[in-house]
Ligand binder design. Structure first.
Ligand SMILES: Nc1ncnc2c1ncn2[C@@H]1O[C@H](COP(=O)(O)OP(=O)(O)O)[C@@H](O)[C@H]1O
Ligand SMILES: CC(=O)N[C@@H](CCC(=O)OP(=O)(O)O)C(=O)O
Length: 268
């Protein structure tokens, strides 16, 4: 049975339904699918309604107490449930959880609390996910985690998705966003078809990737280093994006584990 982990970016808005339709298609056709969602733009909107300014550092939200509360409410509540409703409309049994549930995501403060209540993944426990997948549920996960003392943290969804993809030994890890893939540099028109782990790291270090692309590149590297067989950054608003991944057609940017240069998802 193949396993697919899809990070559904907040930049892929509700009106783009292809991705969720394709997720449901594979879930109905014997693929284990886990969805991890973002929702950053919606969190920013709610914070601004509350008169609260938003600041990002290296693609991550600087998170004070109010921002943390809004992240919890918006992601675990509104965004997660909306995705569940949509998936159920497409005929699969979906349920929304967050990284806190069943100790799924254990977090520690990101760089010793540099960004407030931003966490980084310390470890993941995928036992609940495995049971749910075996029972044909589609888990939809909000990117929160807790530490040993029960403190909750806001974690960038790319990182949560990557850690789960690695632990589940995903056949494909897909980061769905609002650009065609990783471009040569932030302002370039040229999307790279493939990237090695080393190239992805150097793009972060030398500034060719900025803002939201920084956590994505770090995440895909982590995913392939921790067990995912292939990782993609692609445009989640496009029809057939997942079909292309699953059928081995060229799509977005494929990050290849060092030493493995081959195309597509292997079919069992
Ligand atoms: N080298 C690059 N290639 C592609 N996109 C880049 C690059 N550097 C920065 N970006 C930016 O990263 C954004 C994607 O990150 P983000 O907005 O956080 O998406 P999401 O909400 O899906 O996580 C793109 O819209 C683009 O503006
Ligand atoms: C620490 C951090 O940056 N957390 C993110 C979590 C949501 C997210 O990752 O949303 P997107 O995938 O839509 O960007 C945030 O607060 O925006």
């Amino acid at each position: 049975m193949q396993t697919l982990v899809v990070k559904y970016g907040g930049s892929v808005s509700e009106e783009h339904t292809f991705l969720l339709e394709e997720i449901a298609y594979y879930a109905r056709n014997d693929v284990h699918v886990v969805v991890v969602h973002g929702g950053g733009p919606e969190v920013t909107q709610w914070l601004s309604r509350l008169g609260h300014a938003t600041e990002f550092a290296k693609g991550q939200r600087i998170t004070d107490e109010l921002a943390l509360q809004v992240v919890e409410m918006v992601l675990s509540g509104r965004v997660g449930k909306r995705i569940v409703r949509q998936l159920q409309k497409y005929g699969v049994r979906a349920l929304s959880l967050c990284g806190e549930d069943a100790g799924m995501v254990r977090a520690v403060p990101y760089e010793n609390g540099l960004l407030g209540y931003v966490g980084q993944v310390e470890m993941v426990d995928v036992r609940l996910l495995c049971s749910l997948l075996a029972d044909r549920y589609v888990p939809v996960i909000a990117p929160l985690g807790v530490d040993a003392n029960g403190q909750v943290y806001n974690i960038n969804a790319d990182f949560v998705a990557a850690s789960l993809a690695g632990a589940l030994r995903a056949d494909a890890f897909v980061l769905a966003t609002d650009v065609a893939g990783v471009r040569e540099h932030a302002n370039s028109q040229h999307t790279l078809e493939q990237l090695t782990e080393e190239e992805a790291i150097s793009m972060v270090e030398d500034g060719r990737a900025i803002g939201g692309m920084i956590p994505k590149l770090q995440a895909v590297v982590h995913a392939v280093q921790s067990g995912a067989k292939a990782a993609y950054v692609l445009d989640g608003r496009m029809a057939d994006a997942l079909h292309s991944v699953m059928e081995g057609r060229s799509i977005g940017t494929r990050i290849i584990p060092t030493g493995i240069m081959k195309g597509g998802v292997e079919h069992a």
